[in-house]
Design a protein around this ligand. Structure first.
Ligand code: DLL
Length: 448
């Protein structure tokens, strides 16, 4: 563990610390004035001392992405701009980025949180960390970069794209830790296999820290097989700090330890805002109790996961969140049934003969929209054991895949198996899994 005292503290001790920090945050927000102070006053909160325990948290007002947009670019920054040393953010889907500010202390905190994540993945001072998250406004690249340096490992700032160069670097430097999006891990794995660099044949990867986009257990199995590593999930969002909010440990790899001494987490029922019991999926809400530049009380993420408490086999006592099952705004409602793209992924990739790259096309040209899952069969060029034993896989027909989706998800989804290479692969940034077809020709060749 990078910070064992904090990561394995008793639940009671941590709750005391969280309460002190929450009260400090409330006092700070009230002193700063502005949107969050107004909301606190409307809720009858006049000071941190009004908070009698963590059980009061659900009664406090919330914040959301729309607040950051309304106050764009720096309205919610809680320190003078002379104390701000960096800006990051996410490009978002609406065009306007969500911007986040950091003080020097925030950057130091972020580096520690990413160092915790890397250490949970088994990285040490002897590790070589190949960091293929994009460097820039996006928090993935710079976040892991600072985390690896903080841990004392050797970081290779590969950034995203230029896959052939990444293959050379991985072959020559023999990193033990890989950081990138899960979709890019597949792309890299296929390119490495194509170059003859395989597990046990020049590939020394031990673990991968994959995040920034939803991915299923089936995708985890595919990545582990292709790269011969332990594929771990890492979660975060710019608004809270970036990557390093939560990460899986290599020992259990069954949920992500949330760094809840700095980021208080709740899971709530989306519509009512009421807390859901542990083990039940709910929308994650974070309070950044130690952030300086962007202190946020009860920030709604839109991300859905469940929480689980207890001591992990790794010794950490930090609450665990499940994999993200979906985002509130990614949820597709098909004839009244809620479907998340990651659920479709789970069903499709349960078939060994289906390639991990897929695209869901929402055909909205007619009022009764239909969803078409576009995928490809896996080919030997996909590398890994596939190249050695392609005949092992049965290729299910489109009709069989449709029947499986219908029986597992309770909704009709069309399936089109397209020629290899038709589904777009992302080299940089997050994978696009859903496109809307409103007019004109099909978004992918071969669709009708
Ligand atoms: O994606 C930070 C990050 C970088 C996390 C690298 C992990 C690794 P944003 O660009 O602000 O920040 O996007 C945040 O991405 O609200 C989720 O919807 C999604 N997301 C992030 N990690 C995961 C994950 C970074 N492990 C948004 N599983 C979040 C599913 C994830 N979704």
């Amino acid at each position: 563990m990078f910070e064992p005292d904090a990561e394995s503290m008793s639940a009671d001790e941590r709750a005391d610390l969280q309460l002190v920090r929450l009260r400090t945050l409330v006092d700070r927000l009230l002193a700063l004035g502005g949107l969050q102070a107004e909301r606190l006053k409307s809720a009858g909160v006049t000071g941190g001392a009004d908070i009698t325990g963590l059980a009061d948290l659900p009664r406090l007002p919330m914040t959301g992405k729309s607040d950051l947009w309304a106050e764009y670019p720096f309205g919610m920054t809680g320190v003078p701009m002379s104390d701000v040393v960096a800006v990051h953010g996410s490009s978002g889907t609406g065009g306007r980025p969500t911007l986040v500010t950091y003080t020097r202390a925030d950057l130091a905190l972020w580096a520690r949180m990413c160092a915790r994540a890397l250490a949970a993945g088994g990285a040490t001072t002897d590790s070589i960390v190949h960091n293929a998250y994009g460097y820039g406004l996006f928090t993935g690249g710079i976040g892991f970069h600072q985390g690896a340096a903080e841990l004392g490992a050797t970081v290779v700032p590969a950034s995203g794209g230029m896959t052939h160069r990444q293959v050379t670097l991985i072959r020559d430097l023999r990193p033990d830790i890989l950081c990138c999006t899960p979709s890019y891990a597949i792309r890299l794995g296929e390119a490495l296999a194509g170059a003859g660099v395989r597990p046990g044949e020049g590939l020394a990867l031990k673990a991968g820290m994959f995040g920034a986009e939803p991915w299923s257990e089936q995708m985890r199995a595919r990545i582990s097989e292709l790269l011969g590593l332990k594929a771990l999930d890492v979660y975060g969002l710019s608004e809270v700090i970036g990557p390093g909010v939560a990460a899986e440990c290599i020992e259990a790899a069954d949920g992500l330890h949330v760094n809840e001494d700095h980021f208080l987490v709740e899971a709530i029922e989306g519509a009512s805002g009421q807390p859901v019991p542990d083990g039940t999926p709910g929308e994650l809400v974070f309070s950044t109790v130690t952030r300086e530049a962007l202190p946020l009380l009860r920030y709604r993420t839109g991300d859905v996961a469940s929480l689980r408490r207890g001591t992990c086999v790794c010794g950490r006592t930090l609450v665990k969140m499940s994999k993200i099952t979906g985002r509130r705004d990614d949820m597709l409602v098909l004839r009244g049934v809620n479907v998340y793209p990651s659920e479709v992924e789970r069903v499709l990739l349960a078939e060994p003969g289906v390639c991990p790259d897929y695209l869901l096309v929402l055909d909205e040209r007619q009022a009764a929209g239909r969803l078409i899952a576009c995928c490809e069969y896996r080919t030997p060029a996909g590398g890994g054991p596939a190249a050695q034993a392609p005949a092992r896989w049965e290729m299910p027909t489109e009709g069989e895949l449709e029947a499986r989706l219908r029986s597992e998800l309770g909704v009709t989804i069309g399936v089109r198996v397209l020629p290899p290479g038709t589904v777009p692969r992302s080299e940089v940034g997050k994978a696009v899994r859903v496109v809307r077809w409103r007019e004109g020709g099909p978004p992918l060749p071969g669709l009708e």
